[in-house]
Design a protein around this ligand. Structure first.
Ligand code: SF4
Length: 259
């Protein structure tokens, strides 16, 4: 079934005949993924959002001057890390010249420099640097993902694009069975994680709990959710997010996992 038809799928013969269902709830029935590798294959071949497909490919063709010798990835960027992770880090979307260039989430940009350095500092990564897909980086007890898998124009996916991509996050939440702590990088990732949980029938409060840097929520499904400002240059250059503020989030995550 084509993705465009998926949006208008109706349950035949049910009392709910005629009602349109969100794509994300249906994807779970259609695409039960046996493991993360299969899911990641599915993600990397996705073309569901025409605007994002056009953007990611245009960036890959035009390139940034300093990366002109690179063959850009130019496709959706899957999650990365340890399939047995207890810590999940959720970001917004790949950067145009970061993940969209290297093919690995948070790899090759300033945000990734902050993230992997912090993960290394608290024992979740074997090295502090993340420059390309074959740089030897390994995550331990940690998986890194994003709410949207294609680089969006202006770092702003549309509501429809979030909805279209959320099934992949849902599948990750299903497959990462040991999750105990989730760090959401930015308000949008925080809200998208909770929306995905709601679609998994978890008892998410309405309205969603407020986001705050370092704010911790112990969720009823035995997951601790920590909000963090996103390590974007907009936040790090202005001092809204400092290294010590960022470290405190991962220190807290490590402490929760030890506990
Ligand atoms: S953003 Fe997600 S749903 Fe949209 S094309 Fe990319 S991978 Fe597919």
């Amino acid at each position: 079934m084509s993705p465009s038809r998926a949006f208008a799928f109706m349950l035949p013969g049910s009392k709910q005949r005629g009602k349109h269902f969100p794509l994300s709830s249906l994807m779970l029935d259609w695409l039960p993924m046996p493991n993360l590798a299969v899911l990641n294959d599915q993600i990397t071949s996705c073309t569901r959002c025409p605007r994002l497909v056009a953007h990611r490919e245009a960036i890959a063709r035009s390139k940034r001057r300093q990366f002109r010798d690179w063959t850009y990835w130019g496709r959706p960027v899957p999650g990365f890390g340890d399939p047995k992770a207890r810590l999940l880090v959720v970001g917004l979307a790949p950067a145009a010249h970061g993940g969209n260039r290297t093919g690995r989430v948070f790899t090759g940009d300033r945000s990734g420099d902050w993230l992997y350095e912090a993960l290394h500092r608290f024992g979740f990564a074997n090295q502090p640097r993340s420059t390309h897909r074959d740089d030897g980086l390994r995550l331990a007890d940690c998986y890194v993902s994003a709410a949207v898998r294609c680089a969006p124009p202006g770092n702003k996916p549309s509501v429809e694009e979030f909805d279209a991509c959320r099934p992949y996050l849902l599948e990750e939440l299903r497959l990462l069975r040991k999750l105990a702590v989730v760090v959401a990088l930015g308000r949008t990732a925080f809200d998208q994680y909770l929306k995905a949980c709601r679609e998994l029938s978890r008892p998410v409060p309405s309205p969603l709990p407020p986001f705050g840097h370092g704010r911790l929520y112990r969720l009823p499904w035995n997951v601790a959710l920590i909000g963090s400002y996103h390590p974007s240059q907009q936040n790090t250059f202005t001092g809204r997010l400092t290294k010590s503020m960022f470290y405190s989030v991962f220190r807290q995550a490590r402490k929760l996992l030890r506990g």
